[in-house]
Design a protein around this ligand. Structure first.
Ligand code: NAD
Ligand code: DAU
Length: 342
């Protein structure tokens, strides 16, 4: 299979490309189109650079010429499948500046779809990676795919735009689109601005863990390999125009996750620092995964085991996150602004 993966230098995209090469080996060809924003780290996939089955294209999904170049594939023969991970992804950043979210998460999706019509008329599958955040917050019960969308922050509103744009191209032009809405991922190579990698790396350094509000917000945690397996499954088994929730079945309050991290790292609870709440902070995300499970997809990862392995990965890979936290001027500027507001 010939894949075009966008945003493959980021967290889930790099794990997905590794998953595909581990599973399909030389039968897979992957073009990775990535803009290398602050969140894109090309070295995440250093082991594939120079391979004849892998090609990195430095470009923007919102720029038609970059996208047309990527649609040529690894060897000029084209692509069969697109998996669009490329996005601005951090809610806190969308509260500071939302324009880039609209540009990439909405307009970028439009450009990818338009260029597919021109450059890849025989595409087998276009996977639009959306998010459970598009449903908004739910106090009890779980959202199904047919529930109305109610995004409540600029990030999730942008993702909802891209999600429905992909659907519109399936309906209007018959494109083989599948939309996936996953819950909170965790695992190796996650940028240390998101809850788990930020708290693990702060704990290692005896720095405070800034827990927002009362710490009782609930997220459903999905190990990144399980997410990759579900996407791979849906490339083959999903139906055109359909949307599938991908949840982890691991709903936890943030304060519980925080305590588990401290236990694994072996640091005291006194590192927890309550800070003022995120503006418009969604209380609970919960999605029903029956539609995916009814197709036959199951995952077996144990949450506690995966969290422990994830924490150990950050302990063992200090140079990876120190390069960001200590040497990225952009990272330092973001946190200076973030805590000026709290
Ligand atoms: P990430 O922030 O780690 O990586 C995003 C990647 O996209 C980076 O490599 C960045 O350089 C690239 N990128 C950004 N703008 C681009 C552009 N205009 N053109 C090309 N590349 C661009 O993100 P992630 O956490 O890996 O999320 C990947 C996708 O999964 C996103 O679409 C996100 O909305 C979705 N998602 C994430 C989660 C999660 O918990 N992380 C859960 C559900 C859905
Ligand atoms: O639900 C899927 C979404 O999960 C994805 O679509 C997003 O791209 C991804 O960033 C994530 O969004 P969240 O806002 O849920 O993730 P984040 O890691 O930023 O926060 C998780 C929870 O932890 C949330 O309730 C806010 C809280 N939090 C987060 C940070 C960064 C804190 O208490 N302190 C923090 O410093």
């Amino acid at each position: 299979m010939r894949y075009l993966v966008t945003g493959g230098a980021g967290f889930i995209g790099s794990n997905f490309i590794r998953y595909i090469f581990n599973k399909y080996g030389a039968d897979a060809q992957v073009v990775n189109l990535d803009k290398l924003t602050y969140a894109g780290i090309r070295e995440n996939l250093a082991e594939y650079e120079g391979s004849k089955n892998y090609r990195f294209v430095h470009g923007d999904i919102a720029t038609p010429e970059d996208v047309a170049e990527a649609y040529k594939g690894v060897d000029g023969s084209g692509v069969d499948v697109v998996v669009n991970f490329a996005a601005e992804t951090h809610v806190d950043r969308s509260l500071m500046e939302a324009g880039t979210f609209i540009q990439t998460d909405v307009h970028g999706v439009l450009v990818l779809l338009e260029e597919a019509r021109k450059n890849a008329p025989n595409l087998r599958r276009f996977i639009q990676i959306s998010t459970d955040e598009v449903y908004g917050s739910i106090d009890q019960g779980s959202f199904t795919e047919s529930d109305p969308l109610n995004p409540r922050n600029p990030y999730s509103a942008s993702k909802a735009g891209g999600d429905r744009m992909a659907y519109a191209y399936a309906q209007t032009y018959g494109m083989p689109v599948v939309v996936t809405r996953a819950s909170n991922n965790f695992g190796p190579y996650q940028y240390p601005e998101k809850l788990i990698p930020l708290f693990v790396t702060n704990a290692i350094d005896d720095q405070p863990l800034p827990l927002y509000g009362d710490g009782k917000n609930i997220r459903d945690w999905l190990f990144v390999d399980d997410h990759c397996a579900a996407i791979d499954f849906l490339i083959e088994n999903g139906s055109n125009s359909e949307t599938y929730n991908i949840g982890g079945g691991n709903e936890r309050e943030n304060r519980e996750i925080t305590q588990k991290i401290l236990q694994i790292v072996g640091k005291p609870d006194s590192l927890i620092k309550r800070v003022s709440d995120r503006q418009g902070h969604d209380r609970r995300y919960s999605i029903d995964t029956a539609k995916l499970n009814n197709l036959g997809f199951r995952w077996t990862t144990d949450f506690d085991d995966a969290l422990e392995r994830t924490v150990r990965w950050y302990v063992a890979n200090e140079p990876w996150w120190r390069a960001i936290k200590e040497r990225s001027a952009e990272y330092k500027a973001f946190y200076a602004k973030q805590y000026a507001n709290r």
